[in-house]
Ligand binder design. Structure first.
Ligand code: PCA
Length: 218
């Protein structure tokens, strides 16, 4: 690790649920090695499997010591980039993971807190995307499948590393996935890649999030 050029760890997932691609990996791999705000982006592909994903994430945190981590996943049906605010210590898998495991109602990490908030500035990230013409929203739930588990394990690990911050971004389908999901919303790859770059720039620039109103009323 070159201490003069800190790493932004940017994770995406392999395909799951019958898809042949995952927009998160397609987008983050396009940013591998990019320099953003004095940091170098390292893209990592995670399996959609509970234990292997957490192990791969932990290994990368140990090896790269990234001060900023953004994990990215697919959330088919969402209409725009969706910055997650909350990770919960709960797994309730509606479908088996890619290793065939389907845990129901168990903790991500036994004995850990019930929840963590994103430590990346979700409102500043959304505002930076909006200024570039890229629609994004905030989300209060990352679900209770592998994405939430990775988000939770990330924030639990970073809680022990002062100065390191982490967040999660869910993505809509890519246009080429709509054959199997007619009529659902999608976002083109170039827009998603630009949005992630904007979000990472905001994550570097902003430590205390902007006091912009942004919560849902329901
Ligand atoms: N989306 C799933 C897991 C992997 C992914 O890309 C989720 O939202 O949990």
């Amino acid at each position: 690790v070159n201490a003069a050029e800190p790493i932004i760890l940017l994770t995406g997932f392999e395909p799951f649920g019958g898809e042949t691609i995952n927009p998160s990996w397609e987008a983050v791999r396009a940013l591998h090695d990019r320099r953003i705000g004095g940091h170098r982006v390292h893209a990592l592909r995670l399996p959609v499997a509970f234990d292997p994903a957490l192990a791969a994430l932990q290994a990368a945190l140990d090896a790269l010591r990234p001060p900023i981590v953004l994990a990215v996943g697919q959330a088919g049906g969402r209409a725009m980039l969706s910055f997650e605010r909350v990770a919960i210590n709960l797994i309730d898998a509606r479908i088996p993971d890619n290793a065939g495991r389907q845990p129901v109602d168990c903790p991500v990490i036994a004995g850990a807190p019930n929840a963590y908030f994103s430590t990346l500035p979700v409102k500043a990230m959304r505002a930076t995307c909006a200024a570039a013409g890229i629609e994004a929203e905030l989300s209060q739930s990352a679900g209770c499948y592998v994405c939430n588990a990775v988000f939770f394990a990330l924030l639990h690990a970073l809680a022990q590393r002062p100065g390191s911050r982490g967040g999660f971004l869910h993505l809509p389908w890519l246009p080429e996935q709509l054959d199997g999901h007619p009529g659902e919303p999608c976002a083109p790859l170039e827009r998603v890649v630009s949005g992630i770059a904007c979000a990472l720039q905001a994550a570097v620039d902003v430590v205390d999030d902007l006091p912009l109103a942004g919560g849902d009323t329901h």
